[in-house]
Design a protein around this ligand. Structure first.
Ligand SMILES: [Zn+2]
Ligand SMILES: [Zn+2]
Length: 144
């Protein structure tokens, strides 16, 4: 199951979605739709609907995850469609770690099922301060 057998071309990404994905990967931090649009302007893309459509497509294909708390988007390292277990977000530097622990959402789904509640959407976002920010090491990059 854990085959890394992705053949290029098997999964076709439209041009604008590919550009948006590249921008998110280069950014190294979560970007809002408007921040993405700002970076697309030099490439001739000026319409917010284009960006929203591309983001929507990327989120649905699992290549990008939407952070509800920040109203921003981050790229996913894993290929294939999956829901993240939990997103751990540093509120100082906006560093994001995608937690891969299916026991966490699994527990919530079983709980909901026991209450006869049908889950249509489940988002777990953990906010706090990362180790570097806590140590004050993210405030000044000392050339190193
Ligand atoms: Zn992911
Ligand atoms: Zn941080």
């Amino acid at each position: 199951m854990a085959d890394r057998n992705e053949r290029p071309g098997t999964f076709r990404i439209p041009k604008n979605a590919r550009r948006v994905l590249d921008i998110l990967r280069d950014a190294g931090k979560p970007l809002t739709a408007y921040e993405v649009l700002d970076r697309l302007r030099p490439l001739g893309v000026t319409g917010p609907p284009t960006v929203y459509r591309a983001l929507d497509r990327l989120v649905k294909s699992g290549l990008v995850h939407r952070l509800e708390t920040l109203n921003a988007f981050v790229p996913c390292d894993r290929e294939g469609n999956h829901a993240p277990s939990a997103m751990v977000i540093c509120t100082d530097c906006h560093d994001v770690i995608e937690m891969q622990n299916d026991a966490v959402p699994g527990h919530l789904y079983s709980w909901a099922e026991a209450k006869d509640f049908s889950v249509t959407s489940l988002t777990i976002e953990i906010l706090g301060q990362c180790g570097r920010c806590k140590a004050g090491r993210n405030t000044a990059a000392e050339g190193g």
